[in-house]
Ligand binder design. Structure first.
Ligand code: GTP
Ligand code: MG
Length: 497
């Protein structure tokens, strides 16, 4: 079917983020405003066994529904789901994976509510938020799960003490005060001394959280001819409340977090091309690295070396010849920004190609033109330029960007002008910095005028304003006017300061 003229809004704007291959994908779901939700449904404090069992039932349904989830861990109103390392669930598209997990979990929560709270109506719709995190190796995924279980312990230990104190008659504030700054041993002592409770005897579901996974269970499938049972090992979804921090659980269940068996082509999946969104102005800002050192070695004038700036401008001009889609360039000091026309299709808007080729071309032009601008100076250190790509959806923002750079040019140049005038007049560099500390623009103008009889506004515009490079339209009259009265436009690169 032919695409409509509107179809570009999908093709050009919808980008699916695909999660990197060879990573365990974790989706962590968390109840929204469950403080309130637990209150209006009168959950027991600090732990409501039915509420936690309902969460576990939802997690179990998730493992039943999505075979690529190999492990889930839950505590309080949160649940983490770990997908197998090489899952191709929705081609690893982040938004699909996240939204489906959160949505399915929520709907199961609503459907199973009555099984766990037969005498309570669901008075408000429960809802959950979620995030996706990728863990690249066995250590980080184990550590992620250990982190959640340590969190469970810390919170539950505190909450158990807190609610025991409150139930024994203390106000919430007093309970908080009692527990402030206490360590684990102090809390254990408090529980045993004041309430004769051994924390280790509290239900494991509260202390350890819940893990859901496929466990190996032996089941009788049939009997042989002699009546002996024939047993098979099969995987059954299990909920347990074991320690998953130490090595024991993972030693026994090595098959759960197995690394994938990839064929070599999978490496292509890492080639993640970022395309800059269409209908946006692309700005590439190039700036010379370690320019202080570079300008020192090549004895550039301070604070501004006119020749060095002209060399930057010449390189910018060549950039505009090389890339017809650049519509404007602005530079000062060691940087140059290039604005590409809104709909440029340069390298199909592949960010890395635009960035790398711009910085490489600019460097080449700078080297090529060096001898022309510095005929008697040897280029003794190779210059290097870094580049950044920015994307602006509105022309007004591009203008604001350029204004920002020009304001930066003004601030730096005014400061440097004062600084070097002071140094050249005999102040040492620390003193010059001290004199200028905290001064405003008008103070600097005054300083220049009073001490050096210098009017800052008479300084060369190239230093004060930076340089703009653009193509200027001008009208050229044709010679054969009599019969050819048309005017043609020619474009030239122009520097205006
Ligand atoms: P957001 O997640 O930021 O929307 O806020 P939240 O109110 O859900 O708080 P958070 O997720 O940080 O913490 C979960 C909250 O759920 C706890 O502070 C408790 O108030 C409540 N909660 C979770 N499980 C239970 C439970 O078993 N019993 C009771 N009484 N409350 C619980
Ligand atoms: Mg929550």
């Amino acid at each position: 079917m032919a695409n409509s003229e509107y179809e570009y809004v999908k093709r050009e704007f919808e980008f699916d983020r695909r999660l990197p291959a060879s990573n365990w994908i974790v989706v962590r779901i968390d109840g929204c405003h469950f403080h309130r939700f637990s209150k209006i449904h009168a959950f027991e404090k600090p732990n409501d066994e039915n509420a936690l069992r309902l969460m576990n039932a939802c997690a179990t349904s998730m493992l039943e529904k999505f075979p690529d989830i190999v492990f889930a861990y839950g505590v309080s109103d949160e649940y983490s789901f770990v997908f197998r390392e090489e899952t191709e669930f929705y081609q690893r598209r982040e938004s699909k994976i996240l939204s489906i997990c959160v949505s399915y979990f929520t709907s199961v929560y609503g459907m199973k509510w009555k099984d766990f709270f037969p005498n309570k109506d669901l008075r408000e719709p429960p809802y959950f938020d979620g995030r996706v995190v990728c863990y690249p190796n066995m250590k980080t995924i184990h550590d992620y799960l250990a982190w959640r279980q340590v969190d469970c312990h810390i919170n539950n230990h505190y909450n158990t003490c807190f609610w025991m104190l409150v139930k024994s008659g203390k106000t919430e504030k007093e309970a908080q005060q009692t527990l402030k700054g206490t360590f684990s041993e102090d809390k254990n002592e408090l529980l045993s001394q004041q309430f004769q409770v051994n924390y280790e005897d509290e239900p494991a579901m509260f202390r350890k959280g819940s893990s859901v996974y496929r466990d190996k269970v032996e089941t009788k499938v049939k009997t042989d001819d002699y009546g002996n049972p024939i047993k098979r090992i099969r995987l059954a979804i299990t909920v347990s409340n074991l320690d998953i921090i130490g090595p024991e659980f993972w030693g026994k269940h090595q098959y759960i977090l197995q690394e994938g068996k990839y064929r070599y082509e999978y490496v292509k999946k890492f080639d993640d091309i970022r395309r800059l969104p269409c209908c946006n102005w692309i700005v590439v800002r190039i700036s010379a690295c370690q320019f202080d050192k570079f300008s020192l070695i090549h004895s550039f004038d301070k604070p501004n070396d006119e020749t060095a700036l002209s060399l930057m401008n010449a390189s910018a001009s060549l950039m505009m010849e090389q890339f017809p889609d650049i519509i404007f360039g602005y530079g000062f000091s060691n940087e140059y920004s290039f604005v590409f026309q809104e709909n440029t299709e340069l390298y199909q808007r592949n960010e890395r190609l635009i960035l790398s080729s711009c910085s490489s071309w600019f460097t080449s032009f700078y080297m090529m033109k060096w001898k022309e601008y510095f005929p008697s100076k040897e280029l003794v250190q190779p210059p290097k330029f870094e580049a950044e790509v920015l994307c602006y959806p509105k022309p007004k923002i591009v203008c604001d960007y350029l204004s920002w750079r020009q304001a930066e040019c003004h601030n730096r140049n005014q400061y440097n002008t004062c600084f070097w005038m002071l140094v050249k007049s005999g102040e040492d560099e620390n003193k010059a910095n001290e004199i200028l500390k905290g001064t405003l623009s008008k103070d600097k103008n005054e300083l220049l005028f009073q001490r050096f009889q210098m009017n800052y506004n008479n300084e060369p515009a190239m230093f004060r304003k930076g340089s703009c490079t653009y193509r200027q339209k001008f009208v050229k009259e044709k010679v054969h006017v009599a019969y050819k009265r048309t005017a043609s436009e020619r474009c030239v690169d122009t520097f205006s300061n």
